[in-house]
Design a protein. Sequence first.
Length: 187
Amino acid sequence: MSAADDLAGGVQALTASVRAMAADPGDQLRLLTRLSAFYPADPVEADTVGAARGAIQDAMGALCRRAALVAMARAVSDIYPASYDEAVALRDLLDGLLEAEILIAGDLADDASGDALRRLKTATARLLTDRAANLARLQTVSVRAPLPALVHAYRLYADLDRADELTAYAGAADPNFMPDEFQARGR
């Protein structure tokens, strides 16, 4: 093995460790999103050494971002969004991050990486689109006066067991005091 292979393996192990550290795939995405946007600082030297250092930094940044994007795609495969809107938002987030890296690979004439990133983008978009297909869309619930989550759950779904879900979507600190307007899954 070469030092470059060892370095690449180490960065991939880092992203795998980040995924293993967070049990929830949503938390994994949140942590990896920061790494997927890593751009090293530009070197300050304007000489040959500075240019070489800049090239190494750019390559290291690309390695970190791409390893994070692959780990994010793996995390997405473990996510089953609760609503159509959540699935589409997740797909759009990953598409945007992958598209940005595809453009960087294209600017560097790194066709192999660009093609691999395009295939990853297509696969994750297809996965999330398939998962979104049969999910309910979010709807806005508006009431004249605050009502408890149990009342909303019964009125919306005739199912009191969904009160906790409504409380979470509304971001209410107490299920007895729901806001006058919030998002909830459709029936």
